[in-house]
Write a protein of this length. Structure first.
Lengths: 470, 432
């Protein structure tokens, strides 16, 4: 059963002001309905005035994603009633969007690259936000916050060319990285990237899953929906064309309450805004180095493997961090950052920007000098990260190493330890002599244990071999 | 600021919805002049209803751009005038606040939808007033009440704060006792406003002087076609003769797109209105609905009881014209027809400076006579072409028919308000 997935991604543009008025878009720390004016409240008689910066940002995305920008595009009204929509229509774009076509290359399942084509990119305004209060399923009453009303969005629509939830995640990661590199999007703002997905099994009806509010939820939502559809096909049940909502907390999709009829949004051109004739602006919009280019540069400039380069450039902040702390010792910094640090950060849900640069650099230098073992270095890293998490001033790695006595034990200082371990485990020594493969690892492990990880496993193995030769 | 104007008039014609008995005014070209404002123009701190129950009690927190301009020109804003609900009518009888009586004959309607503004001027309560003109709503009541009314070029006057009926066609325009006052008020409100994305940035209006000699004035045959009252036609023809007598060159011409204009106008205006009026759902304006029901039911209840019959009819027709499967048949065709009207004007203005004809095909109608919506729509046939094309047009009194005022309409080229006002002044003063 072939899975077909298409995505619609809504991305908030991080302009200073809203799409059609001068209200600030940075309302994060402020109370409800404090970033509003007659225009974004949709008061009678108000008119939209287009924010040029938002258009430039949208065009920047279009250019970076290789879209065609038609000579003429226009805004349209999408009419529907909902309490978070103060004008009872959303200003969006319909049959004449800002940009057409384009593509994103992602890592294919089978290795290599896969090109995912885009259908279009258009601009629109975000509605307000409803807050359901009180007890009961949907709350006893609902509050409306219009701070978000009028925040500029772009909607990026893909062709139905993704074939698994994993691919969808890779696509979104690549898209998110590109948007961050472009500097037009703030990944730390809640709800700044929202996804709707169209999912079908080849030969059956397609289902739209809405309300995936975090891009991390996408893989889970898609996996659930595909399993549900496949199960229905196996049971010979009919998949109906419908809209389903993703319930983030439960990880399931549920059928959206059936409306009396299909929505008819009665689109028509927005009479209060002049058509957009902006294709000539595209050429002058500068593009920064984008993830693919940076990945290739990392491979060339620092000699990184494709995997390390891809990981380290897959997030703007991570790429910047890598270049800042580690560009003079890439052979150590790449694996430590991509393979170890990233895992520790994910485990703590900690952004890379919180990692103290001098401490991390000092730690890598200790590793480079060979003054600590990898095991000890990881221990030091964890300690530093925990101290940062707890709001303490982190200790420098040298201090920690000295305080905990983590200096690598070398040569003569561990020969005695090795000798006593060999004495204690004669059976294992005999096994080793008899050619049993696991015995040497056991012995190395015992020495590591005895030195509390301060010795280098390779060196231990060498000393064991030397001692047993005699 | 600081001076106060005491507005003591009684209002026997029900021209006003809200009267401001004490109005502040300041220095400027309109200093101390009482000006009435149609009730669909937002006034900070003064209730603004659009003649509708659904906006009763709505007090805008901001001034429309034209109000800011009026205040800084020193005008005393003495009240908000009656109108057809949301501008949807040609008689001012669809107002939720009762009909306005025509000062020329109180048994008749003043025309609409700016009937309150025209009546306030015609009865001498104020020398000038603001109206709005979407399909003739300034010119029609000007014609029926015997005053001067101008619909400016689309984009010439900021619509910021004008509560929308049909955005792509409407303009705020002045009504006054005479052409000079009309031009004065126009010169105050015209100009670019960055808050209106359709606002034009044109040079300031030129000082007014009577000027008509040598002008080429086209008279489209369609303006005297079927449905035009012969007595009205005769009054207007003698008006055109007077223009000729003042030195204008009269040129017969034709505007074949007139046959589509009315349909194009109504489909477009109703479509836009159906969207504009969606926001009146009881959540933010008007009587709070009973939200114990589902919000869907509550919305439909408030909209059913809050809007009058004509408004509901236009919302329903407009929603239909935009709906999937019908949009191509109605809305899209209306836009094509609109383009034909624009093309006709462009063609005619290659050979003439302006067009002349009757403003309305008839005189003011007795109150209560236009219960049939279709016949009401037909009366707009001569005014809607200017709105479809966005060109300026005015109505200036031109004698009487059946002892009631008749208006002569002059339609100018895009941005040529000065030219038609100068011609109207020459016509009014009888000098070229």
């Amino acid at each position: 059963m072939t899975v077909i997935i298409g995505l619609e991604i809504h991305c908030q543009l991080n302009t200073k002001t809203k799409l059609f008025c001068g209200c600030s878009t940075d309302y994060r720390d402020d109370g409800p309905n404090t970033h509003v004016c007659p225009v974004c409240l949709g008061l009678p008689g108000t008119l939209p005035v287009l924010n040029k910066q938002a258009v430039l940002y949208a065009l920047k995305v279009a250019k970076a994603l290789h879209c065609e920008v038609p000579a003429y595009s226009e805004f349209a009204r999408k009419n529907y009633f909902y309490p978070d929509l103060p004008k009872a229509f959303q200003i969006t774009q319909y049959d004449k969007p800002l940009a057409l076509g384009g593509y994103i290359d992602i890592e294919a399942e089978a290795g290599g690259e896969k090109r995912v084509e885009l259908t279009r990119i258009h601009m629109e305004e975000d509605p307000g936000r409803l807050v359901h209060k009180g007890s009961g399923d949907r709350g006893r009453y609902t509050l409306v916050d219009y701070n978000r009303s009028g925040v500029p969005l772009i909607e990026i629509v893909t062709e139905p060319q993704l074939s698994s939830p994993k691919e969808a995640r890779r696509f979104l990661n690549k898209l998110r990285a590109t948007l961050e590199y472009l500097g037009i999007y703030d990944s730390e703002r809640e709800g700044s990237l929202r996804v709707d997905a169209n999912i079908s099994i080849k030969g059956y009806e397609r289902v739209e899953v809405k309300n995936i509010t975090s891009y991390k939820g996408v893989e889970k939502a898609l996996t659930f929906e595909i399993t549900r559809q496949k199960g229905m096909i196996r049971r010979n049940a009919t998949i109906v064309r419908e809209t389903r909502h993703y319930q983030e907390a439960r990880g399931v999709t549920t059928s959206a309450r059936s409306k009396e009829m299909e929505h008819d949004y009665r689109y028509f051109p927005e009479p209060d805004l002049a058509p957009l004739e902006v294709s000539s602006w595209v050429e002058e919009i500068p593009l920064p180095e984008l993830p693919d280019a940076r990945r290739d540069r990392f491979m060339q400039q620092y000699g990184l493997s494709l995997n390390h380069a891809r990981t380290l450039t897959g997030d703007l902040k991570l790429a910047e961090f890598f270049e800042e702390v580690a560009s003079d010792m890439p052979e150590i910094a790449a694996p430590w950052t991509a393979d170890i640090l990233l895992g520790e950060l994910n485990y703590r849900d900690m952004p890379v920007t919180k990692v103290p640069v001098p401490h991390y650099r000092a730690l890598l230098l200790e590793v480079k000098k060979g003054s600590v073992t990898d095991t000890s270095a990881v221990e030091v890293m964890r300690l530093i990260l925990n101290q940062v998490m707890e709001g303490q001033q982190p200790e420098m790695p040298g201090e920690i190493i000295a305080r905990l006595g983590l200096s690598k034990e070398k040569g003569d200082s561990i020969v005695d330890t090795v000798a006593s371990v060999l004495k204690e485990h004669e059976a294992a020594v005999a096994d080793h002599r008899a050619g049993k493969a696991g015995a040497i690892n056991f012995l190395v492990g015992q020495v590591m244990k005895a030195t509390r990880g301060r010795a280098d496993p390779k060196e231990i193995a060498k000393i064991i071999a030397d001692l047993l030769k005699d | 600021m600081g001076s106060r104007y005491s507005f003591a008039h009684s209002d026997p014609h029900n021209a006003f919805i809200t009267i401001c008995r004490e109005a502040e005014y300041g220095e400027g070209p309109l200093s101390g002049i009482p000006v009435a404002v149609k009730d669909n123009i937002s006034t900070a701190g003064i209730e603004t209803t659009c003649g509708s129950n659904i906006l009763k009690g709505y007090i805008p927190p901001y001034d429309a751009h034209v109000i800011t301009l009026l205040r800084s020109a020193g005008a005393a804003i003495v009240g908000k005038t009656n109108m057809d609900e949301f501008g949807m009518g040609t008689t001012t009888e669809t107002s939720a606040f009762g009909p306005t009586l025509n000062p020329a004959d109180p048994t008749r309607a003043p025309g609409g939808s700016s009937g309150g503004s025209a009546a306030a001027v015609a009865s001498g309560m104020v020398p000038m007033a603001l109206g709005t003109d979407t399909g003739g709503s300034v010119r029609c009541p000007a014609s029926f009440c015997g005053v001067v009314g101008l619909k400016p070029t689309y984009g010439r006057v900021s619509r910021y704060g004008l509560i929308a009926y049909a955005n792509s066609m409407e303009q705020i325009g002045p009504l006054a006792e005479n052409v000079r006052d009309c031009a004065l008020l126009y010169s105050v409100i015209a100009g670019h406003d960055p808050r209106d994305g359709t606002s034009l940035d044109l040079p300031a209006p030129a000082p007014l002087k009577p000027e008509i000699a040598g002008k080429r004035i086209g008279v489209p045959a369609e303006f005297f076609g079927e449905g035009v009252d012969p007595a009205v036609a005769s009054a207007v023809r003698s008006g055109i003769d007077r223009l000729e007598g003042l030195g204008a060159e009269i040129i017969s011409c034709s505007m074949p797109s007139m046959q589509y204009a009315l349909a194009a106008y109504y489909v477009t205006s109703m479509s836009e209105a159906s969207s504009n009026l969606g926001r009146y759902d009881g959540v933010r304006y008007g009587t709070a609905p009973d939200f114990v029901r589902s919000w869907h039911d509550a919305y439909s209840h408030i909209r059913k009881t809050g809007f009058g019959e004509e408004v509901r009819r236009r919302i329903l027709l407009g929603s239909f014209a935009l709906s999937a499967g019908y949009q191509g048949k109605y809305y899209a065709k209306a836009q094509a027809a609109r383009q034909m009207v624009r093309n006709d004007f462009a063609r005619l203005f290659k050979t003439v400076d302006m067009l002349a004809g009757p403003t309305m095909p008839c005189v003011a109608l007795p109150l209560g006579e236009t219960s049939d919506p279709l016949s009401m729509y037909l009366a707009d046939i001569l005014t809607v072409p200017a709105n479809l094309a966005g060109v300026p047009a005015l109505s200036v009194p031109c004698g009487t028919a059946h002892n009631l005022p008749v208006g002569l309409q002059l339609i100018g080229q895009h941005g040529a308000e000065d030219e038609i006002l100068s011609a109207a002044l020459a016509f009014e003063e009888g000098s070229a």
